[in-house]
Design a protein around this ligand. Sequence first.
Ligand code: CIR
Length: 263
Amino acid sequence: MFVAITRRVSPSFAACELTHLERVPMDLDRARAQHHAYEQALIAAGGLVHQLDTNPDIPDSVFVEDAAVVLRELAIITRPGAVSRRAETSAIADALSAFRRIAAIEAPATIDGGDVLVAGRRVYVGLSTRTNDAAVAQMRRILDPLGYTVCAIEVGGCLHLKSAVTTLDERTLLVNPSWVEPAAFADFTLVEVDPAEPSAANALALARCVIFPAAFPRTAERIARAGFRVERVEADELAKAEGAVTCCSLIVDGPVRPVARPI
Ligand code: CIR
């Protein structure tokens, strides 16, 4: 069992931050329906969904992953790189404090949770437009004493490190080698995205299955061939805001107090 913290799609979702995509019309009801189906997939995978409310001042609120990094020992509240997203963190800190000791990243550091890939005791931090060197230093100060190794890694061509690489399990990564240097992950088995699906490197690996966007069937096939059960979700409306499947939840695994209320 795990707890998945999610947050409703904001009424101002169409005013989200955009970096690599052109703004196109966004259908709020469709985004909400896809988010609901995503939450149902989390429940089907054995999760207790703890859904937070939103408001019009935080257009990107649904992308909770960027506000925190959750480890077994503690949760680190980020300082998001986009100023418009900094108001998202207080509610996330409140929610996570029920489950974890809290640490926080402070100015001048900026970091989005989407730039943090945890693989066993290794924590990769992507240097992107959102995440800077000062954040890497603060992550090291927090995590070194807990026995984690923090590795900084350059990311290019995409928003976050986890747009380019995510874990399928502790030994296997899904990667787009055009956006991140695969040599950095020499100790892992790598599954590459299909070249026709560059945005397909973001998968949400849970104990029972891998939640994955229906828009990338060729890469889904590769993941299945590597031995994983793929649970497809429609997420193209959320993808118009540059969000993918890891972005829409914070997974609290391992030691949790049973305080989540099911949706
Ligand atoms: C942003 O640009 O911040 C949002 N529109 C999308 C964030 C997606 N988050 C993620 O990939 N972790």
